[in-house]
Design a protein. Structure first.
Length: 664
């Protein structure tokens, strides 16, 4: 114990008079005692009949914050007397309580010696010292004996002494984000793991989970100049123990297979008593604009006919699910000696803003004038932080051969009327036909179909493949689709002009309500049936959400009946595991009647938030769209708004999240 500290247990007693210790003057003592007894019996100012004291102590209990081993903390204790008589403290002791140790507590400044007397309406303060030396549990009781018999046990007061204990505490950033890393590239970020507690942190394991596109490695110590060793020297070994205030660094890597958003996690297992499984969330490609361009690694026209313009439709897409993409420039850095050009009428007006999942097209042309190879470069500027400047190589070879001719038509499946532009209804299947294409040189041709334009939210793909002469396309939602065909001869020469089919998917019903959604954490939910389940609801003006009385569709669709309040209304699809559209159609809604639209987040299937988009088509026209409404958890209900079937129909907006316990 340091010399400035006193004993931990201090009992205050009056010292025995010397004449008693020596056994002298006994007669004088007897006379004195007789005098005291007589005074006590006869006087009016006796101790028992005096004004009472009123004891108080603050703080109660006495609590110490967590401190490092060997450090010291002092707590000021205030004894108060609010009574009319003097307060006497005859004993103060530090006693053990349970299994906790009292070896870290010491009397501090102004600790009372002997009997402490506190005058009426006065206070006395002193200090208790806490100085831990070992990572064990400390605690105890401060016992005071007073002449205020109304407190404690006949004047004996026990006050708990508490400490937070000495524990390890892990600290690391809770989230590590990679706003934008292009598919196929790899980037890393440093994260620090520290022990900010007061006892050693023992690390049992560090485990990557949830996504193989993330990994972690551990660099060695920095050199004297604070420089980190290069990544190739990293290992998979991490420190198993961290002393208080000690830390280490780990390198977190992200190598995405696609440009879609993705997530993962790191779990650190340790002896931290409150966070034995400490998780670090990993986010990739979810916080910025994302540009995707047709053949951005290189646009190859292959062999092209001399003095003939060979065209390619180039698509710029915003591959972000939540951020707009701004494109400020589309130009040629190198036109290959005048052989490459941009078709002016095809270029969008710049700058252009593409909303999430939107796209825009333009036409790039190659016109060779000699049998030779040509190279050029296309330049596109955007606010994608990873690809703000795209410089795309252009290639082509002139030939005196004649290019093949692409011919594309389409019809609604089941019909034989093939056209280059046709109208259809949502959910119909389109049969495409490229078999009328030909090669003037008489060689066999191959096919390359692509959907170059589609409504936002559409996920339909050409089936069975883009190389088939007669593929099909299912129109999953209302809107305009453009499908392009390029054909090649046996030499690899492409058709000078591509053929384009335009399909307008227009609802036939008076009212067509369409719901689509995206799932930031699941880029391709249909691939493995693990998407989220959102339900589209449609309600008459006399009904309530979730009612079974014929005033509400989704439920009545599920039970196979719709009452007179919604006669002529139907729900096409109930999609359980993805983002396919759910459509409500309604014919002859009734003049002056109002109908409400809602979206219920029925089941997240462990996938987190969904972004819902709702569109109203009235009399075959798109009149209202609300895009990417965040629904963060299952059982939320979004009251979108609705329509009033007047002449002309009107739209009302609510945009409210409701709590409807009865929804199932």
């Amino acid at each position: 114990m340091p010399p400035q500290y006193e004993r931990r247990t201090t009992t205050m007693k009056r010292p025995s008079p010397s004449y008693l210790r020596d056994g002298k003057n006994l007669l004088l003592l007897a006379l004195a005692l007789l005098f005291v007894v007589g005074t006590t019996a006869c006087g009016e100012d006796s101790i028992s009949s005096g004004d009472p004291a009123a004891f108080s102590l603050n703080p109660n209990p006495i609590s110490f914050q967590q401190i490092a081993l060997g450090e010291e903390s002092a707590e000021t204790i205030v004894i108060g007397n609010s009574g009319d008589g003097p307060l006497r403290i005859t004993s103060i002791e530090i006693l053990q309580s349970g299994s906790a140790s009292i070896d870290a507590f010491y009397p501090g400044n102004k600790w009372p010696e002997g009997t402490l007397e506190v005058a009426p309406n006065s206070e006395y303060d002193f200090q208790l010292i806490y100085r831990p030396e070992q990572p064990i549990t400390y605690g105890g009781i401060l016992r005071l004996v007073t002449n205020d018999t109304s407190v404690g046990n006949q004047g004996t007061v026990d006050v708990n002494i508490r400490t937070q204990g000495l524990n390890p505490e892990i600290f690391s950033p809770p989230t590590i984000s990679f706003p934008r890393v292009p598919a196929g590239q790899e980037e890393w970020k440093l994260a620090q793991v520290a022990n900010i507690g007061q006892a050693p942190l023992l690390i049992d394991d560090i485990v990557m989970g949830g996504n193989s596109e993330f990994r972690v490695s551990f660099p060695g110590a920095r050199d004297g100049d604070g420089v980190l060793p290069p990544p190739e020297q990293d290992t998979t070994d991490f420190p198993s123990e961290l002393a208080p205030d000690e830390s280490f660094e780990m390198r977190v890597w992200f190598n995405p297979a696609t440009d879609d958003p993705t997530t993962g996690e790191i779990t650190i297992y340790s002896n931290d008593p409150s966070r034995g499984e400490f998780r670090i969330n990993l986010n990739g490609n979810s916080g910025s604009a994302c540009i995707a361009v047709t053949d951005e690694d290189g646009i190859d026209f292959n062999i092209a006919s001399l003095d003939r313009a060979t065209n390619r439709t180039i698509t710029i897409s915003n591959c972000s699910p939540g951020s707009a993409l701004n494109v400020s420039e589309i130009s040629l850095n190198d036109d290959g000696g005048g052989t490459f050009s941009l078709r002016p009428e095809s270029l969008p007006e710049l700058p252009i803003t593409l909303l999430p999942r939107e796209s825009s097209n333009f036409v790039l042309t190659y016109t060779p004038t000699e049998v030779s190879t040509h190279e050029g470069e296309l330049r596109i500027l955007s606010d994608d932080p990873a690809k703000s400047v795209l410089e795309i190589p252009l290639m082509g070879q002139g030939s005196d051969s004649v290019c093949p001719i692409a011919v594309a038509t389409a019809t609604i499946q089941g019909s034989n009327r093939y056209q280059t532009e046709l109208a259809a209804s949502p959910l119909e299947t389109i049969q495409l036909n490229g078999s009328d294409s030909s090669d003037p040189d008489g060689t066999n041709i191959t096919y390359e179909w692509s959907v170059i334009s589609r409504p936002v939210g559409s996920l339909s793909q050409l089936q069975p493949s883009t190389a088939n002469a007669q593929p099909t396309l299912w129109l999953d939602i209302a809107g305009t689709y453009e499908v392009e065909l390029v054909v090649y001869d046996e030499l690899g020469m492409a058709s000078c002009e591509s053929a384009i089919v335009r399909i307008n998917a227009v609802p036939e019903d008076d009212v067509h309500i369409q719901l689509t959604w995206t799932i930031p954490n699941v880029p391709n939910p249909q691939a493995n049936m693990r998407g989220t389940d959102l339900d589209l609801h449609y309600l008459s003006s006399t009904g309530t959400w979730g009612s079974m009385d014929g005033s509400s569709i989704w439920y009545n669709y599920k039970v196979g009946r719709v009452g007179t309040q919604l006669a002529g209304a139907s729900l096409d699809i109930d999609d359980l595991y993805g983002v396919a559209p759910e459509n409500i159609n309604h014919n002859d809604p009734g003049q002056g009647l109002a109908y409400s639209v809602g979206v219920h987040y029925y089941n997240a299937n462990g996938n987190g938030a969904s972004l819902a988009t709702v569109r109203y088509y009235l009399s075959q026209q798109l009149v209202y769209e609300y895009r990417d409404k965040p629904l963060t958890q299952a059982k939320q209900f979004w009251y979108v708004g609705g329509i009033v079937w007047n002449t002309p129909p009107t739209v009302f907006v609510r945009d409210e999240i409701l709590s409807i316990p009865t929804l199932r």
